[in-house]
Every structure is written in structure tokens, then in C-alpha cells.
Write a protein that binds this ligand. Structure first.
Ligand SMILES: Nc1ncnc2c1ncn2[C@@H]1O[C@H](COP(=O)(O)OP(=O)(O)OP(=O)(O)O)[C@@H](O)[C@H]1O
Length: 247
């Protein structure tokens, strides 16, 4: 299912200027990395996609589903997998209960959510900790619970806000594998500041700055903005060129 942002204008309460102004973007299928400086509007954009923030003007559509229509809102939200920057432990729940609860909220049956939670936690490498209270997990482990909360209900679109921050190298590698295993025919948007392994992982690069799309293209197009033979710094150079308007 395709997701698109159409003419979105969004301003935080009491802010002088909008974060997004008449912003439009058709999110491509496959894995897209969303880059951009601090404050560019990445979290705001993804939160609108997850229907957690409501734009003043414009709309976001998932196929024909419009979350502004009350009758379609539930279906829209169930179809979107959203991983926020901060994952909170639900007090009193184990990791498995927390993930199962997320699955149940997204429309799975109780027993389906329970089974699916175990599988999702296994995928993120937390099988042996799934009966531990979520509040007793480390920050990195809790982030993996957050990812499991997305995987548990097999969504039609995934919006992941800085999902690999705080993961140790082995878990970061596992995260890359999970991304790689996702079906190619759903849009997956990953906001990140890490540009080290773009070409292995992503189909599309998007750079957002001051609420505007400064670049959108394939990883090859993006990397070609930097001169060759830079020993792995190509993505950083390409990113700087886009941000400095040098291409
Ligand atoms: N709750 C809020 N109230 C007012 N302004 C906000 C709020 N949240 C974010 N902003 C502002 O909106 C702009 C976009 O913020 P946003 O968090 O979307 O950026 P970002 O690209 O995700 O940044 P980062 O890379 O630091 O996570 C920033 O100028 C920020 O200060």
C-alpha cells in the first residue's frame, strides 16, 4: 500500500513558523532512509504519517485510507507500524506482554498477539528476556522491544524514527538484517543520522531540511554526489553537499 503526504502544513502550538509548509511526498516502496539535520522536521513528518499529529492543512493517505475520516482512522492506524524515538516501558508488563498489547491494539486477536509477540521478540534477539519486566530492560533492549512492537502486527507501512540509536554493534547488525528481510513491496521509512551503510540497506535516500525535501533519489544517485575513492566517507560528503546546496 502506498503512503503519500499531500500539501501538508503543520505548525506546533505557539510556534512562529510551520515545520512543514505545503509539503508533498509520495513515499516509494522499499526501504527509504530519511536524513536531515536536527530540527529538520523528520519526527514531525513521521508522526503525521502515524496519525499522531494532525496537520492544519493537507492530508496523508495510505492507499485510499484517510485518517481524517473518522470511519477510516482505525483501519489507517492498524496498517501503520510506528516506532517512536523514545520507547517507554509500560509499567508492570513484561516485554512479551507489552509487545502483545501493542499487537492487540493493532487489531490482532489476544492469542494471535501473544504468539506473534514471541516471534517478534525472537526476531529482535530478545527471546530469552521476553518474560522480564519491560521496565527492567536496558535502553538498547527497550528499543528492540519498540521494533518488536512494529513487527508484531505485520503493518502495510513502517515508519521508524532513529531505530538503531543506542544499539550495540551486534544488535545494529541484527537490525540491518531485520530491515533487509522486510517485504520489498511495503514502504519502510527509517529516519537516522547514521550514513555509514546506506548502500547495503536502502533503495532510496531522502534528505529533509527546514521542512523541505532537498534530495530524493536512489542511493547510487546520492553517492555519486561525492567524488569516488573517499574510503567510506562518500555518504557524509554527499550529505554535506545536499545540505550546503552544492549540487
Ligand atoms: N512539541 C513541540 N513544540 C514546539 N516545537 C517543536 C515540538 N517538537 C518539535 N518542535 C520543533 O519542530 C521542528 C522540527 O522538529 P523535529 O523533531 O520534527 O525535527 P527532527 O528532524 O526530527 O530533529 P532530530 O534530528 O533532532 O530528531 C524543530 O524546530 C523543533 O524545535
Amino acid at each position: 500500500m502506498s503512503i503519500s503526504f499531500r500539501g501538508i502544513t503543520f505548525r506546533y502550538w505557539r510556534s512562529a513558523s510551520p515545520v512543514l509548509d505545503e509539503f508533498s511526498w509520495d513515499v516509494p516502496m522499499g526501504r527509504t532512509v530519511l536524513l536531515g539535520p536536527n530540527g529538520a522536521g523528520k519526527t514531525t513528518l513521521l508522526s503525521i504519517g502515524a496519525d499522531l499529529l494532525r496537520p492544519k492543512r493537507g492530508q496523508v493517505l495510505l492507499g485510499n485510507l484517510n485518517p481524517r475520516r473518522r470511519t477510516q482512522r482505525g483501519q489507517y492506524r492498524r496498517a501503520v507500524g510506528w516506532m517512536p524515538q523514545q520507547i517507554r516501558a509500560v509499567p508492570g508488563l513484561t516485554a512479551r506482554e507489552q509487545v502483545a498489547y501493542a499487537g492487540w491494539l493493532k487489531g490482532l486477536s489476544r492469542s494471535g498477539a501473544w504468539e506473534s509477540a514471541a516471534q517478534a521478540l525472537d526476531r529482535v534477539g530478545l527471546r530469552n528476556l521476553m518474560d522480564r519486566k519491560a521496565s527492567e530492560l536496558s535502553g538498547g533492549q527497550l528499543r528492540r522491544v519498540g521494533l518488536a512492537q512494529v513487527l508484531v502486527h505485520s503493518p502495510s507501512v513502517m515508519l521508524l524514527d532513529e531505530p538503531s540509536v543506542g544499539l550495540d554493534p551486534a544488535q545494529r547488525a541484527r537490525f540491518r538484517e531485520i530491515l533487509y528481510e522486510l517485504p520489498p513491496d511495503i514502504p519502510v521509512v527509517v529516519s537516522t543520522h547514521q550514513v555509514d551503510d546506506l548502500s547495503e540497506l536502502f533503495n532510496t535516500v531522502v534528505v529533509l531540511e527546514s521542512g523541505k525535501l532537498r534530495f530524493t533519489g536512489t542511493v547510487e544517485d546520492f553517492m555519486s554526489l561525492a567524488p569516488s575513492n573517499l574510503d567510506g566517507r562518500n555518504a557524509e560528503i554527499a550529505y554535506s553537499k545536499v545540505i550546503n546546496g552544492e549540487y
